[in-house]
Design a protein around this ligand. Structure first.
Ligand code: SF4
Length: 298
């Protein structure tokens, strides 16, 4: 069957986000929203009900990209957790990408513990054969008490198991952790537990973001009610230091250069660990400048 490329552009719905490293990628929206949509700090998809988009619309966007996006060799499947799409349908999407966008070398998507657990190791390997090259997993914390408090819907052990499953399938794993998410009291326990989970999981990339309080989210409500207190700027640096000190990766990159952070760090672990700790110590002593509040953003 001959298909006509849509002339009216890509069919994006609502707020669309992608990881910073996918800024130059073709952004193909195959689902709307997030199938979990319960994390207390996250306001990203509050305006959307989760659904998988129609095959016709997905194909129309792929055909549009095949005409107008010939220079982009990476593609990111939006929204929340495209990996939750049933295997047969996800394979169909990847096959359409292979057929119509043969220059795309790597496809990426967000995933969560549930969507990874629903794929067998063989299914993940099959997706990898069809160019699914990287999955982005929100770990947020390695501390079970924090995971429960933020309604992450999973445990630290499960996150480790799922992260390892992705890596064993030959798919790159990029995870995010949240500075400040444990509040002031549990900050250092969260940092240590998170470092330990990262060490057991051994991802290719770790991005440490600072939690931002988004109006309308349960976490923001707790903050207004005095039930949640963010660590101070110094407290966040100590938390980052403790987390890095407890993180042992075989060859992963640890970033804290997101726009939400006070101190940008990019360290290849284990080699760059001491240098990163020294930089944080310099900031704690006031020798290294921090990003001013007005420059921080999501
Ligand atoms: S799984 Fe991710 S996108 Fe979904 S609610 Fe949690 S943080 Fe937000």
């Amino acid at each position: 069957m001959e298909c006509e490329a849509a002339s009216d552009g890509m069919h994006y719905e609502g707020t669309c986000i992608r990881p910073p490293s996918e800024a130059m990628s073709i952004l193909l929206q195959v689902t709307t929203g997030c199938s979990h949509n319960k994390c207390t700090f996250c306001g990203t998809y509050k305006d959307k009900r989760f659904r998988i988009k129609d095959n016709d619309m997905i194909l129309s966007d792929i055909l549009f990209a095949s005409k107008y996006m010939k220079r982009q060799d990476r593609l990111f499947l939006m929204d929340g957790d495209a990996l939750i799409i049933p295997q047969k349908r996800l394979l169909w999407i990847l096959e359409q990408i292979e057929t119509h966008l043969p220059w795309v070398r790597r496809v990426g998507a967000y995933a969560n513990a549930k969507s990874i657990s629903m794929k067998t190791p063989e299914q993940l390997a099959e997706l990898k054969e069809h160019r699914l090259g990287i999955l982005y997993l929100g770990v947020e914390s390695g501390d079970d008490r924090v995971l429960e408090a933020i309604c992450k819907g999973t445990s630290a052990d499960k996150l480790v198991e799922m992260g390892r499953k992705v890596r064993e399938a030959g798919i790159k794993l990029s995870v995010t952790v949240l500075l400040g998410i444990a509040g002031k009291e549990r900050s250092l326990e969260h940092a240590r537990a998170t470092g330990e989970v990262l060490s057991r999981m051994d991802p290719n990339y770790v991005g440490a973001l600072t939690v931002m309080l988004i109006p309308g989210t349960p976490l923001h409500d707790d903050y207004l009610a005095g039930k949640f207190e963010l660590p101070s700027q110094r407290g966040l640096l100590l938390e980052l230091r403790e987390m890095i000190a407890h993180t042992n990766l075989s060859r992963g990159l640890f970033f804290s250069n997101h726009a939400s952070n006070y101190l940008p760090i990019k360290a290849r672990l284990p080699a760059g660990k001491q240098q990163a700790l020294d930089l944080i110590d310099g900031a704690l002593e006031g020798d290294v400048p921090l990003k001013p509040e007005w420059l921080r953003a999501l």
